[in-house]
Design a protein around this ligand. Structure first.
Ligand SMILES: Cc1cc2nc3c(=O)[nH]c(=O)nc-3n(C[C@H](O)[C@H](O)[C@H](O)COP(=O)(O)OP(=O)(O)OC[C@H]3O[C@@H](n4cnc5c(N)ncnc54)[C@H](O)[C@@H]3O)c2cc1C
Length: 482
């Protein structure tokens, strides 16, 4: 099966997986109300692959695989990079950039890992083959992956095996002819209840001697025996779309995954209890060069969407050309363009890796998006709060109230500058979903965290800055010439 549609994606989820919500096991995730919004937002992305308007960008022929989603392609030319970006943006536009873990994110991560077969082969040719074959398997079957990198937030002053319960963090508990057996906990797996498979690679890359049992990279289907998914409370509002324009449609679920003696077959083990290799993986597989290209493209769509809302809210009050409002909107524009230019400039400065012939977008350019995304998204949300003002809490319970006996009063109470009360209320309802709802709060948290814990992120940027030597030479030469 290749290049699935939405129905095929849904059918794949009825597989006996063990998903828990509010202490109860979910029988069928596809009919469970709390996942409905998220699942259909993903199904819509698969359907887009069959839309004649987008098919050429979203689907491509990959030599080792056949027809597959664009994100699976290993980029070797500038055109590949451009088409990848366009594909990411088509999918992001389908959900206002509000689905952070759309399938393309992990699809391109897998492409990156497979492109660095040599890295995995250092430890074991079998692990390397498993990695490449897994990329092919996922691409050929057009599967949707989630990933879980982190251990629970335990005592950060101790290593994993030194915790009061060394079995909390996910680790190998047995090894046999069929594969590794693992028990323990990983978080946070966004989309886990309705993903097909789970990719695990522990992070951050600061493992130490003694933590070998925890240093594994592997993948398992979500219906693996002994694998439990435990969900957070849903933020999906089940009302009409017009009342909750985003949270009724795009609330992706976050979850904790618990392994209880889960067997990982050898052909799904990519790194086996190898601390030095795991610590080098994040950087040396160059996965960020390809994943940040996707995440920054998606963020551009989200910022553009929120900016447009702020502009319309300003117009609704006849304020759009006031100098202080123009200044605020200008600040928003600068933020969108900064993020937009990370992807475009990274493509223009892309370099070919002689080891595997892959054209990698420029990492320092992409890191600007990973570092500033967490700051600029909350800035734009704050602009929604500022521009909406008290009217954000003046909206009626339901848009249907405009047709009720008090409809005319509400219409007058919410009327805007050359804008009906209905139209202005619709903007405010959208604004509240972005700046006031639980869904909105989760999105700020997401943007602040998706690229990792901030101090580690920034220290990594400094440590790996490719142009550092160039600047230091410039300074030293200047000083030497004094
Ligand atoms: C909505 C959402 C979705 C997510 N989805 C996914 C997903 O799909 N897959 C996935 O793997 N992860 C996911 N994550 C996890 C995300 O990667 C982490 O939240 C992020 O890396 C931060 O790590 P943490 O939550 O463990 O915070 P921590 O690293 O525990 O940080 C908590 C606080 O402690 C501070 N701190 C941490 N270490 C130190 C230290 N050594 N010294 C001083 N202060 C310190 C931090 O600065 C911060 O203030 C998601 C997170 C969110 C919020």
């Amino acid at each position: 099966m290749a290049v699935r549609n939405g129905q095929q994606f849904l059918a794949g989820l009825r597989d006996g997986r063990e998903v828990w919500y509010d202490g109860k096991r979910v029988d069928d995730v596809t009919t469970f109300a709390e996942f409905n919004a998220a699942i259909h937002s993903i199904a819509a992305l698969y359907d887009l692959q069959h839309d004649p308007r987008h098919r050429e960008v979203l689907v491509t022929e990959i030599p080792e695989i056949g027809l597959a989603g664009r994100a699976f392609e290993i980029p070797r030319t500038l055109d590949h990079l451009r088409l990848k970006r366009e594909a990411y943006m088509i999918w992001a536009r389908a959900n206002c950039g509000m689905v952070g873990r759309s399938p393309d994110f992990l699809n391109v991560m897998l492409a990156a890992l497979a492109a660095k077969r040599g890295f995995f082969a250092e430890a074991s040719p079998a692990g390397a083959d498993a990695m490449v074959n897994y990329w092919k398997h996922v691409a050929k079957n057009d599967l949707f992956l989630t990933h879980a990198l982190l251990d629970p937030q335990l005592d950060k002053g101790k290593l994993r095996h030194q915790q009061s319960d060394p079995g909390i963090c996910l680790r190998v508990v047995d090894e046999n002819a069929d594969g590794l057996v693992l028990s323990g906990i990983k978080r946070i797996a966004t989309a886990a209840p309705y993903a097909d498979e789970l990719l695990v690679w522990p992070f951050p890359p600061t493992f130490q001697a003694g933590e070998e049992a925890y240093a594994n990279v592997f993948a398992v289907p979500m219906n693996s025996k002994g694998l439990k998914t435990i969900c957070r409370v849903s933020y999906a509002n089940h009302g009409q779309r017009r009342d909750f324009p985003l949270s009724s449609r795009f609330d992706e679920m976050d979850a904790t995954v618990v392994f209880d003696n889960v067997l990982v077959p050898w052909d799904r083990v990519f790194v086996n209890q190898n601390v030095p290799l795991l610590n080098r993986m994040y950087r040396e597989t160059r996965m960020r060069e390809l994943t940040a290209h996707q995440t920054n493209a998606r963020l551009e769509v989200k910022l553009g969407f929120v900016y447009a809302l702020v502009q319309r809210l300003a117009e609704a009050q006849g304020l759009a050309s006031r100098p202080e409002i123009m200044e605020m909107l200008g600040e928003a524009v600068v933020r969108i363009e900064m993020i937009r230019n990370t992807t475009h400039s990274a493509e223009l400065q892309a370099t070919l890796d002689p080891e595997n012939g892959v054209l990698y977008p420029d990492l320092p350019a992409l890191q600007v998006g990973r570092a500033y995304g967490p700051l600029v998204y909350p800035d734009l949300v704050q602009m929604v709060r500022r521009m909406g003002g008290g009217a954000l809490v003046q909206v009626p319970v339901s848009m249907d109230e405009f047709d009720s006996p008090v409809g005319a009063d509400i219409e007058r109470a919410l009327r805007g500058a050359e804008m009906s009360g209905v139209a202005k209320t619709q903007l405010l309802k959208l604004g509240w979903d972005i700046c006031g709802s639980e869904f909105g709060a989760r999105h700020e948290l997401y943007e602040q965290n998706y690229a990792g814990e901030r101090s580690a992120l920034m220290a990594g940027i400094q440590r790996e800055y490719a142009r550092k030597g160039e600047w230091l030479d410039y300074l030293d030469n200047f000083l030497a010439a004094l």
